[in-house]
Design a protein around this ligand. Structure first.
Ligand code: 3H9
Length: 703
């Protein structure tokens, strides 16, 4: 007989009690779901006719995405001691249970979901699976016993790798490392698979009880110190990874109950800390970015085939992203040489990921065979979405769009990957501007998650909805923006680079700026980044200009790819090294500048000038309605430019400093710069409006 509890469904199969968690969409373990699971366990334990228990998820639902993150901001939902923490209480209760309990996992078991399964005697899974403890990615650590139970199951080193990186493993890997006891990639019915497995082991008496009664082998002192140093270096300021490491280490010296308590206190400290609050904000901001008022979100974008025009770095990367999600691509290049070149680059990129163990050779072969190359644009007549990815030249793009308009089938989405040209102008050469939009991928397009979806003046909103859904399908994070030169991310970046270069004229060195920005937490400073992108790109965009970048390029220093830019680079190295030649070029360029009044800049000024230039431009962008929300800007900066997620993004960061403080500082910089002969800060009236209303940038919505 089947019993219906609100969030849990139970049934009995051959003496096995099956408990199915049923909370859409991801089985987040909210307080109410936890209570329902507890109640179902109690009933199963007290029923004499039950031989064993299987816990799983309702049809089509994942096992669980872990604790309900929305509850982390309500202290009443979090208990003060591990003795009251549901996860660890349950873990202890299950340990003492006389009946074997198996977690039957489909789709994914993450965070508290995986911890729930670790409390069981065994774990089995079917189909494509992800198992992981991603807590550090939202600034906390596994607080449901994971740091104590996982090392006992799979060993210290493997547990550290999973917990401190937050990266999940797939089903096969989980089986090999002992995280799963049984796995069938081809099976579809996880409950019957688990029941069969459990009944077999009960009949044979071969089920081992959970291995929680021993302590994992400790690392020797030297390895421990080295490993901790590596974690500190890799985590770059993220407290949670280091705290998680320390918790895992405690599993070698504390018994389980003491270990749970140590872990829980660390969890409580982190969850109320600034880093986790910022990272949880980013988590929800990312999801909110897909919701645009007036844009219908579609489950099925109707896109089955993709056309790409241009097989440069961007076109090749976009093709890789599409085929990895089973979307066949037809790629157009100008001649056979170019086709051979792009095919080879794609092959090499896939191979290098295969060497790192990310993909199998079979997958790569299949993906490569899904790309058809051609020199004839009319071969794209069947494509459902065509992405133009040629170099940044308006005349060339217009010519291509006129051709695409002539051959594309009705309803086809026509997208340009321009990083900043006027999409309205591009659309104007076609008879169907409502089908035209921007898909601004970031380089390398097969790796970078951010995608600016550019809503042009005449773009049909249902087409925009399809483009957002397509972006998610190819595992990108879409943020919708309006048309303006450089859109959102690069427009902000231009002001940041402008400040960085301006500071050189005031006796600040490029090394100093880069070191300060890096120490703040960005992946690299503005000058290292410029070298990486290529200085010649800026010169191509503005050949008549007269900047430090032009001076360096004139001396043959185009950036990293040529081994020389603001810095020198050894062959095959990305490590910037001090370059006398560049220093001389910079010095003579600075000497030529007509700075009427030199400004004294402290390290703090340098940091603020860089960061506030970004923030100030974002406020202009929000005021113009080019970005919809402050949180969208933050998503763009975290996922497109490496802003440290524990500072939430530029808008969240400004809120923490206090908008009035940031505003006053910007006004001070503007006054200083005006006195020195330049007007670099355009200050939007939105600043004063927000300050007067005591509002925040991170929650601001422009319409
Ligand atoms: C934890 O477990 C702590 C424990 O160790 C100890 C505690 C004591 N909570 O991403 P999607 C929502 S910490 C609440 O669009 P997908 C999400 O906001 C947790 N809500 O789908 C969205 O809502 P909306 C450790 C959650 O298929 C909807 O579900 N776990 C949670 O692309 C659909 O999500 C994690 O860090 C949650 N845990 O991806 C995993 N998860 O529709 C976090 C999702 O209103 N979650 N929602 O926008 C993920 O990584 C992805 O959401 C997941 C699904 C891979 C699960």
């Amino acid at each position: 007989m089947s019993q219906q509890l609100s969030l849990v469904k139970t049934s009995k199969i051959s003496g096995i009690q099956v408990i199915l968690m049923d909370r859409s969409p991801v089985n987040a373990l909210s307080k109410s779901l936890r209570e329902a699971v507890s109640q179902a366990f109690d009933e199963a334990l007290s029923d004499g006719s039950i031989k064993g228990i299987v816990i799983s998820s309702g049809k089509d639902l994942p096992f669980s995405a872990g604790a309900d993150i929305t509850e982390f901001s309500s202290p009443d939902k979090l208990e003060v001691s591990s003795k009251d923490n549901w996860f660890t209480v349950l873990s202890e209760r299950l340990k003492s249970s006389s009946k074997p309990i198996v977690a039957a996992i489909q789709k994914y078991a993450l965070g508290g979901g995986l911890e729930l399964s670790l409390a069981c005697d065994a774990r089995v899974g079917v189909g494509s699976l992800r198992l992981g403890l991603p807590e550090v990615t939202i600034g906390v650590l596994p607080g449901g016993g994971g740091t104590q139970l996982l090392p006992r199951l799979i060993g210290i080193e493997a547990a550290i790798s999973m917990i401190c990186s937050g990266q999940p493993v797939n089903g096969q890997k989980a089986l090999e490392m002992g995280l799963l006891d049984a796995y069938d990639a081809d099976a579809t019915d996880v409950v019957s698979y688990a029941c069969k497995w459990l009944l077999h082991h009960i009949s044979q008496g071969t089920l081992r009880k959970r291995r929680s009664d021993f302590r994992p082998k400790a690392l020797d002192e030297l390895s421990l110190t080295e490993m901790r140093k590596t974690i500190i270096k890799q985590s770059r300021g993220r407290q949670a990874s280091v705290e998680a490491f320390d918790c895992v280490m405690k599993s070698t010296s504390l018994d389980l109950v003491e270990g749970f308590e140590f872990e829980w206190q660390s969890f409580l400290t982190l969850v109320s800390g600034e880093q986790s609050q910022a990272m949880r904000y980013v988590f929800f901001a990312e999801r909110m970015a897909s919701h645009v008022p007036g844009v219908p979100l579609v489950k099925d974008d109707g896109i089955a085939t993709i056309g790409i025009v241009g097989g440069g770095t961007m076109g090749g990367g976009i093709a890789m992203s599409c085929v990895q999600q089973q979307l066949p691509v037809t790629l157009v290049e100008v001649n056979q040489n170019q086709i051979d070149h792009v095919a080879e680059i794609i092959r090499m990129n896939f191979q290098s990921s295969a060497k790192k163990g990310k993909f199998t050779q079979d997958q790569i072969n299949r993906w490569q065979s899904m790309i058809t190359y051609t020199t004839d644009v009319s071969d794209l007549h069947q494509a459902d979405c065509i992405i133009e990815a040629v170099f940044e030249n308006m005349a060339v793009k217009k010519e291509i769009f006129a051709k695409l308009d002539a051959i594309a089938k009705p309803g086809c989405i026509l997208a340009t990957n321009t990083s900043g040209l006027d999409i309205n102008e591009i659309a104007s050469v076609t008879s169907r501007p409502e089908h035209i939009l921007g898909l601004h991928f970031f380089s390398p397009a097969n790796i970078m998650k951010l995608l600016e979806v550019v809503n042009a003046k005449k773009t049909d909103q249902s087409i925009l909805g399809k483009a957002i859904s397509f972006a998610k399908r190819i595992k990108k994070i879409p943020v919708t923006v309006g048309v303006c030169p450089d859109f959102v991310g690069n427009r902000m970046l231009a002001k940041y680079l402008e400040q960085a270069i301006w500071m050189l004229s005031h006796g600040v060195s490029h090394h100093q700026v880069d070191a300060i920005v890096y120490a703040f937490g960005m992946p690299m400073g503005p000058f290292v980044m410029s070298d990486m992108v290529g200085l010649d790109l800026a010169v191509k965009r503005d050949p008549e200009g007269d900047s430090i970048v032009h001076a360096l390029c004139a001396a043959g220093r185009n950036g990293l790819k040529g081994g020389a830019g603001f810095y020198d680079y050894k062959s095959n190295s990305r490590v910037p090294e001090d370059a006398d030649k560049a220093n001389q070029i910079i010095k003579s360029w600075v000497d030529k500048q007509k700075v009427v009044h030199s400004i004294d800049m402290s390290d703090e000024d340098i940091k603020e000038r860089c960061l506030y230039a970004l923030i100030n431009e974002a406020v202009n962008i929000l005021h113009e309605g080019i970005a919809l929300r402050g949180s969208d800007v933050d998503v763009i900066y975290v996922y497109g430019y490496g802003w440290p997620p524990y500072y939430g993004g530029p808008m969240w960061y400004a809120d923490q400093i206090g908008l009035k403080n940031v505003y006053e500082c910007i006004k001070k910089f503007k006054a200083q710069d005006l006195k020195a002969g330049r007007d670099l800060w355009h200050i939007s009236p939105l600043w004063q409006t927000l300050i007067d209303a005591n509002k925040k940038l991170s929650t601001y919505q422009s319409r």
